[in-house]
Design a protein around this ligand. Structure first.
Ligand code: GLC
Length: 553
């Protein structure tokens, strides 16, 4: 095992690869990815050089939100496989030096979870209902929702049940929110943490970690927008409530009982650096996704501002920054960066924010490669969403009748949602489904674009300059060079369109340097050995636009 990965603080530098199991690899031929598929592709992940994998929910689920509606947190969805296969995967990943992080969904369960079914059956006023957020409606006969909260997917956040009460769901109606004040809820999730920690799982990604506590007066939003302004003095009624921190202190105590150290990564959309850092105090979560980096446009000033704010806010709580360009909820970076980057909505992350802007995918691809090398050189840890290492673009033309994301349905067909980044991966240029499933299998659960052969893993394997080989080389260097990963950086002066920084000790005057040119003109580079570049340098050794280079100089 790699030296740093064997250490107790492995999470401070880790490159974590996100597996979306439905779309990663299908071994049994039903058109949906599975645990056997992940096991078969472990050599790909080991050759890529990642430190850990994070597996999106693989639990039994009615799949109204692709598995983020969990009906049993302590088993495996039969479509994906069995608990025995999951155990085997964890053992095999560990043998390959790869940590395993799984996804916990604590803000809500499925409406098919035994606890919600019991709550429905027991009726109003019962102890069973207290684990969820049931209320009487407003209006003269309770015919209106209890308040004006909206589902994240569109429409009201409340659904009425047959006996007349309403229950809260910040996401789909099939995802009822639980009441985290209830000791039964706390005990249930603690048991789930221990169940998987005891099986050797190395950590959890925490779904909607900023949503678990609510203002229990359940006040109307009255048009309150989120994220709140940087200097807001009031809280939002259901996002980033102060009460959430107590829950994570409890969870940290559980994680700290285990050796080697187990780690948490929070999915926290708060849009304010100091509020994000509050989750990373030493007795709370280890890490959190830095979505500000993901949402920053490909513009030097914006990126520099986000990098500086991230480093400063994380340093204040001694937490390592993390960097992320994509996941299963956002438009793929190649397609985001393919668009004009000026004047975007500050929360621009989904396809809906970019449609209508012409796309230059070759440009987007160049920028995404440059962004990846920039990300891997920054201090802390990094996330890679499956397919980024292949340079996959968003699938923007999925026919309406094939779309599955609840966003599409709850938005009344106005927002195509997230299916475009969830299309099954192309493994081979030849073959049906580009090798996602065995030949002769059922069609993939989402259709793949017909022109994806050049992106296939086998089409890039061993090909100098391919995105796959770039990622492999970057992660290999990251393991070899002690300067990369956790630590600090020193900015260098490369001009206003360049992000340039050095890492590591300066004793002999030779340091690791990362230079990214975000301008339209080539820029001169300092002397030194070129370690890796996201694209060819000019003949006179200048750094072309939208290119990153790693140097020793
Ligand atoms: C998170 C997940 C997303 C899911 C939502 C509700 O944001 O990443 O996929 O729809 O939570 O669980």
């Amino acid at each position: 095992m790699d030296g740093r990965n064997a250490r107790d603080d492995w999470w401070r530098h880790a490159v974590v690869y996100q597996i979306y199991p439905r779309s990663f690899a299908d071994a049994n031929g039903d058109g949906v990815g599975d645990v056997a598929g992940i096991r078969a592709k472990l050599p790909h992940l080991a050759a890529l050089g990642v430190d850990a994998i994070w597996i999106s929910p693989w639990y039994p689920s009615p799949m109204v939100d692709a598995g983020y509606d969990v009906s049993d947190y302590r088993d495996i969805e039969p479509v994906f496989g069995t608990l025995a296969e999951a155990d085997a995967l964890v053992a095999e990943a560990h043998a390959a030096g790869i940590k395993v992080i799984i996804d916990i969904v604590p803000n809500h369960t499925s409406d098919q979870h035994a606890l919600f079914r019991a709550a429905l059956a027991a009726g109003p006023g019962s102890p069973e209902r207290e684990l969820y957020i049931f209320r009487e409606g407003s209006g003269s006969s309770g015919e209106l929702p209890p308040n004006d909260w909206q589902s994240n997917f569109g429409g009201p956040a409340w659904t009425r049940v047959a006996d007349g009460q309403w229950y809260l769901h910040l996401f789909a109606p099939g995802q009822p929110d639980v009441d985290w004040r209830h000791p039964g809820v706390r005990a249930e999730f603690e048991q789930t943490l221990r169940f998987w920690f005891d099986r050797g799982v190395d950590g959890f990604r925490i779904d909607v970690a900023h949503g678990m506590a609510k203002d229990w007066e359940l006040p109307d939003l009255d048009g309150l927008e989120f994220p709140l302004p940087e200097d807001a003095e009031h809280d939002h009624p259901h996002w980033d409530q102060p009460g959430v921190h107590e829950i994570f202190r409890e969870w940290r105590r559980v994680a700290d009982e285990y050796r080697p150290s187990r780690a948490f990564c929070g999915e926290i959309w708060v849009g304010r650096a100091h509020r994000l850092a509050a989750y990373l105090r030493p007795d709370e979560l280890h890490t959190a996704f830095n979505f500000d980096f993901l949402m920053a446009p490909w513009l030097p000033g914006e990126l520099r501002r986000v990098i500086d704010a991230t480093i400063a806010s994380h340093a204040a709580v001694s937490a390592p920054p993390t960097w992320v360009l994509g996941n299963h909820d956002v438009c793929r970076p190649v397609s985001r960066y393919a668009r004009d980057q000026h004047g975007l909505d500050p929360m621009a992350r989904n396809l809906v924010h970019y449609q209508g802007r012409p796309a230059d995918l070759a440009l987007g691809g160049r920028r995404a490669r440059a962004a990846a090398l920039l990300m891997f050189a920054l201090p802390g840890g990094a996330y890679v969403y499956q397919g980024e290492e292949l340079g996959l673009p968003e699938a923007e033309d999925i026919p309406a009748e094939a779309l599955q994301d609840p966003v599409w349905f709850q938005s009344g067909g106005t927002d195509k949602g997230r299916d475009g980044c969830r299309v099954p991966l192309p493994w081979t240029a030849a073959g049906e489904s580009f090798g996602f499933s065995p030949d002769g299998a059922a069609a993939p659960w989402l259709p793949q674009p017909s022109d994806w052969a050049p992106f296939a893993a086998d089409a890039q394997d061993g090909v100098p300059g391919s995105t796959l080989e770039l990622y492999r080389a970057a992660l290999k260097l990251r393991r070899e060079l002690g300067e990369l990963g956790d630590g600090s950086l020193e900015w260098l002066d490369g001009g206003e369109n360049v992000l340039a920084f050095a890492r590591g000790a300066d004793a002999d005057g030779v340091r690791f340097q990362c230079w990214t040119n975000l301008g339209s003109e080539p820029v001169g580079l300092p002397a030194g050995e070129v370690l890796l570049a996201s694209g060819a340098l000019d003949a006179d050794r200048k750094l072309p636009s939208d290119t990153t280079v790693w140097l020793r100089g």
